[in-house]
Design a protein around this ligand. Structure first.
Ligand code: MTE
Ligand code: MO
Length: 436
């Protein structure tokens, strides 16, 4: 019966390409859209559960899927399989952002979580034999499977906001090199996992340990196995705070392959690059980590305001830690035609390790401001939702502006604090509306 077939299939590894190869291609002719050679290893170890995540729903008749077939919706190397409405900025490595109006949910659905890859997907993302090593300046190095993590530590679920340090780079003038993120390299999904702190404490943090170093299984763009696309870390005091997760579920399901399946770090409020995907190892070091994209000017900003063309000595570049206060209008969409003189306006606000104390909106280009109603975060590390009702005095073009103020009294600026790498643009979001 088809139903019986569906029962164990989720746990089964669909050894699709391997079977096609073993059978010499005679049993199943390989449809041309199944896979490029690059994807063979990936598909070899891809379970039906992963296919389900990538197509964005369960596959009721998945048990009937002939070996050697992958769902047509994710064939042809579609980098956005299992994603909904994302804008692809780059396909090697894959970088894709979410339009603000698709970020309206309080909890970002997996299919609308942005993607920021520095390299290529690992060959093998099988949860069953995944291991995480904790070593370096520890009393007892650990090697843990995902089952061990679930057995040995408290499992927690938290909504955590993750924003790329380069979000908003597209608005820098003169332009900054790199992915031209506009607004959508931010998300707040619900992550399930264990606390990094609990795992580090079990390994025993030695007094010499001052920094973590994170390693993932993704592949460098050059294909060189000795090179890492990205390997960043955290000061040990930060690593030992409560809301950093080693996560194996995203919104109650397996992680999406592009978002780090089957295991990743989620470090809310700090640059997304701290949240290592496809996590295989955390090393405790007695020096600031010097892995890929930790050195030079990567994820660093000048210690003081600079102008385009300024020479900044190397020692004046500082590693970005907490992200700044910021907000987003997720309803209505920019460019909406309103037939009523009144609308609800809503969105989210976040402030790194701080909270938001005030969210104000203006509909007269910043002359007057009104307070929006602002929710508390559902937990430490989540963004805060806000809403307001805005009335327009007559027909015409208006802009709604939003500005958040954090718990230290710092408000979002009008203009970008320019830096050569295009990081930390937290200028206020504007949405244009036509009222008829
Ligand atoms: N292994 C690995 N982890 C990584 C990256 C990467 O390229 N490789 N990119 C980082 C960056 S720069 C960001 S902003 C976040 C993005 O997470 P997401 O793709 O799930 O949105 O992942 C981080 N973790
Ligand atoms: Mo990032």
């Amino acid at each position: 019966m088809a139903q019986d077939d569906n029962q164990g299939i989720d746990a089964r590894t669909v050894d699709a390409m391997a079977v096609a190869e073993e059978s010499g291609g005679s049993q199943y002719s390989e449809p041309s859209d199944v896979a490029s050679p690059d994807r063979r290893k990936f598909l070899k170890r891809t379970s039906l559960a992963t296919f389900a995540t990538m197509v964005g729903t369960t596959i009721p008749f998945g048990g009937n899927l002939p070996l050697g077939f992958v769902p047509a919706a994710m064939a042809q190397d579609n980098p956005l399989a299992g994603k909904d409405g994302l804008t692809l900025l780059n396909d090697r490595p894959v970088n894709a952002e979410t339009p603000p109006e698709l970020l309206d949910d309080a909890i970002t659905p997996t299919d609308r979580h942005f993607i920021r890859n520095n390299g290529l997907l690992p060959d093998d993302m099988d949860a069953a034999d995944w291991t995480l090593t904790i070593d370096g300046f520890t009393d007892t190095p650990l090697e843990l499977t995902i089952a061990d993590l679930k057995d040995q530590f408290e499992v927690v679920t938290q909504a955590l906001a993750l924003e790329c340090g380069g979000n908003g780079r597209a608005f820098f003038d003169p332009p900054a090199k790199g992915n031209q993120w506009t607004y959508g390299a931010i998300a707040c999904s619900e992550w399930t996992g264990v606390r990094l702190k609990d795992v580090l404490e079990k390994a025993g943090v030695q007094s010499d340990a001052i920094y973590t170093a994170h390693y993932g299984a993704d592949i460098h763009l050059s294909g060189d196995a000795d090179k890492r696309p990205l390997s960043r870390g955290l000061p040990i005091e930060k690593a030992l705070t409560d809301n950093i997760l080693i996560a194996f579920e995203m919104n109650g399901e397996a992680l999406h392959p592009m978002n780090g399946a089957p295991l990743r770090l989620v470090v809310p409020g700090w640059p997304g690059s701290c949240s290592q995907k496809w996590l295989t190892r955390i090393e405790l070091r007695d020096v600031v980590h010097d892995g890929a994209k930790m050195t030079g000017t990567s994820y660093k900003v000048p210690a003081y305001p600079v102008a385009p063309g300024d020479e900044i000595p190397e020692e004046d570049w500082v590693i970005i830690e907490r992200m700044p206060v910021k907000s987003l209008i997720t309803y209505p969409a920019n460019g909406t035609d309103l037939s009523e003189p009144e609308t609800e306006v809503r969105g989210h606000a976040w402030a790194g390790d701080r909270s938001i104390s005030k969210l104000e909106i203006s509909m007269d280009f910043g002359k007057t401001w009104m307070d929006a109603s602002l929710d508390d975060a559902v937990n430490d590390g989540a963004w805060q939702n806000w809403r307001a009702t805005v009335s327009f005095p007559q027909a015409g073009y208006y802009e709604v502006w939003a500005r958040a103020t954090d718990s230290d009294g710092i408000m979002q600026p009008f203009a970008i604090d320019w830096n050569a790498k295009g990081y930390l643009n937290n200028t206020m979001h504007r949405v244009g509306l036509r009222v008829s």
